[in-house]
Ligand binder design. Structure first.
Ligand code: FAD
Length: 306
């Protein structure tokens, strides 16, 4: 099984300092430490757990273990013997990120945790990409990897915060999608079927769907594993364009430059304000009918509602 994971390096917007914004109104990425987007770590962990389970050697129990035994272990899981000619029965995890050269740091983190292959999709032509252009470039990069069964990504990135890239990438790939997943309950590698638990308002939902599929994860799943010391020693000198870390530009992923970056972005982020609430901005509302009615009138008056 080929699993693709999409991860993003983001500015640590949860530790905003004074000079987080440039005078032009863009995110001052140099001022903010770059971190691994939190939701993406849970997508990576889910991929690595599937790989561990499907590559486990214990006879007759291949399948996806998740908080207890798997619902329906496939009887004839892929083995060396019954794998079609040339097919790789082993499950692999490939991680893709679109970003500047510094984004290679999150790919190293993925190798330290157990990813098999990584690709940095980087080109000046990707700069200023909105979610449409980002999902287009990611679609092209995923197709470059060849056949895939699962695409896993975070529900949301903490900088753009749109939660649009996952669903848009699924649409562009022409595959099903399950969003806001907290955990995968079963994965049948033989029947090519998945069952996942989604977090919905006020509860959860169990969804069953055929593969291939794109799944977006919330930060509610299995705790992401730490980096392995051995893998860290193995990959700490990995650089883009070498061995387990490929470097792909626009031509390498057969992308149309007019659909990438600013050129391919109908949305232009004009200006970003960092909203810092002061005491004056906080108003206590009487929780009674009168107070709530007054609040609704005010919200209508300042066009927050309606
Ligand atoms: P999300 O859609 O929230 O990301 C969801 C998941 O997709 C991530 O968890 C990750 O798994 C995957 N993913 C996202 N980006 C990448 C990547 N580069 N490489 C690999 N995987 C990735 N663009 C718009 O189109 N509309 C807007 O309204 C908009 N508002 C913005 C507001 C701010 C403050 C900023 C900083 C940017 C905004 N952008 C907007 C641009 C948008 O951030 C970028 O297009 C970005 O690359 C993707 O959107 P996102 O950060 O919202 O990601």
């Amino acid at each position: 099984m080929n699993i693709i994971v999409l991860v993003k390096q983001v500015p640590d917007t949860q530790n905003i300092t004074g000079d987080a914004m440039t005078p032009e109104g863009t995110v001052n990425r140099a001022a903010l430490p770059a971190i691994f987007n939190p939701d993406d770590l849970f997508a990576l962990e889910a991929a690595l757990q599937i790989k561990d389970a499907l590559n486990s050697t214990r006879t007759g129990e291949r399948g996806f273990l998740n908080s207890g035994r798997m619902a329906c272990p496939p009887t004839n899981a892929a083995t060396e013997e019954n794998a079609p000619e040339g097919a790789n029965p082993r499950t692999t995890v490939t991680v893709i990120t679109m970003g500047p050269p510094s984004a290679a740091a999150v790919l190293k983190e993925c190798l330290y945790r157990g990813a098999d292959f990584t690709a940095l999709v980087s080109d000046r032509g990707f700069a200023g990409a909105d979610t449409l252009a980002t999902s287009y470039a990611l679609k092209c990069a995923i197709q470059k990897t060849g056949a895939y069964d699962l695409v896993l990504c975070g529900r949301q990135a903490i900088d753009g915060d749109t939660a649009q890239v996952g669903p848009q990438t699924a649409e562009k790939l022409g595959v099903n999608q399950i969003t806001c997943v907290s955990r995968i309950e079963t994965l049948d590698a033989t029947k090519k079927e998945i069952t996942a638990i989604r977090s919905v308002e006020g509860g959860w939902e169990k969804v069953k769907a055929p593969l291939p599929i794109l799944v977006t994860f919330t930060a509610e799943g299995e705790t992401p594993r730490p980096a392995s010391a051995i893998k860290t020693m193995t990959y700490k000198r990995a650089v883009p364009g070498d061995g387990p870390m490929a470097l792909w530009d626009i031509p390498a992923i057969n992308a149309d430059p007019l659909q990438c970056g600013l050129a391919g972005s109908p949305t232009k982020v004009k200006h970003i304000n960092s909203v810092v609430l002061t005491a004056a901005d906080i108003r206590y509302i009487d929780p009674g009918e009168a107070g709530v009615t007054e609040l609704i009138h005010d919200l209508i008056a300042d066009h927050t509602f309606g």
